[in-house]
Design a protein around this ligand. Structure first.
Ligand code: OAD
Length: 240
């Protein structure tokens, strides 16, 4: 199967990659679903909705500070690095990540779009200004404030909030021409990302999925590679 994936990618001129929490698992960052997933220990409704933030911003920030701390301790793993290499080997490339951990950018990927925002960016709920804190070394404490006095929120997409339209449009435009799609480390159950594999399939793209277990996407993919992305992606990148 991996040989087929390598052959497909050797002939690819336009590659779209969709990643999810599983690609960062080898960096020590917990995924959301599965046995030890974040949503097993916490309720998404208490922490990842605009209502949750309105009700208890301190609790929401506490959770985000805790996640920032884990991410700041972690490093890109061989899967992130392999994607950087893949990007240099195809003519056209777009990486769409559902992750907010900044690890693709830290690894050196250039064409990255963040569907769900970035845990190291904030947005003021009063004046709307956004700021990047990608260079911080220690997480924020308490509820951070804007210079206008307004409360800052993490610049991430919460449940019930829309995806940034420009990111979605760029994604759809790229998918219209992508000959190959890699779907890596996502459970494929959160919309609208969950709609992308079918969209790509209907345009004739070859779909390659990398996951430690089958997902709802697996039945429609052309090549399923079962295993850890930190082991499979480096083999693919080396083979092309
Ligand atoms: P999930 O936690 O739902 O799924 C992680 C997927 O990665 C699962 O299918 C695992 O089997 C797989 N996996 C785990 N370890 C892996 C490894 N080493 N190599 C390959 N695959 C592995 O994470 P997402 O699909 O990213 O949204 O979740 C989507 C969205 O749901 C997140 O962005 C987040 C969450 O709620 C928001 O917070 C808005």
């Amino acid at each position: 199967m991996i040989t087929r994936a390598i052959e497909t990618l050797k002939n690819s001129t336009s590659l779209f990659v969709l990643t999810g929490a599983g690609i960062s698992a080898a960096s020590g960052i917990p995924t959301f679903r599965g046995k030890d997933g974040l949503w097993k220990k916490h309720r998404a409704l208490d922490l990842a909705t605009p209502q949750a933030f309105n009700n208890n911003p301190a609790l929401v920030w506490e959770w985000y500070h805790w996640r920032q701390k884990i991410i700041l301790r972690s490093k890109p793993n061989p899967a992130h690095v392999a994607l950087v290499e893949l990007e240099t080997k195809v003519k056209e490339y777009l990486l769409l990540t559902q992750n907010v951990d900044n690890l693709h950018q830290r690894a050196g990927s250039r064409h990255v779009l963040e569907l769900h925002g970035n845990i190291f960016r904030t947005q003021c709920i009063q004046c709307g200004i956004k700021a990047s804190h990608a260079d911080i070394e220690t997480p924020f404490v308490g509820i951070p404030k804007c210079s206008c006095g307004g409360m800052l929120r993490p610049d991430v997409v919460w449940f019930g909030e829309p995806i940034p339209p420009s990111i979605w449009q760029t994604t759809v435009d790229f998918l219209n021409k992508a000959d190959t799609v890699i779907i890596c480390g996502t459970s494929g159950v959160v919309w609208p990302a969950a709609a992308l594999p079918e969209m790509a399939k209907s345009k004739g793209s070859t779909l390659i999925e990398i996951n430690i277990e089958a997902t709802p996407i697996s039945q429609m993919v052309d090549i399923f590679l079962g295993g850890k992305s930190s082991e499979i992606l480096p083999k693919i990148a080396a083979g092309i």
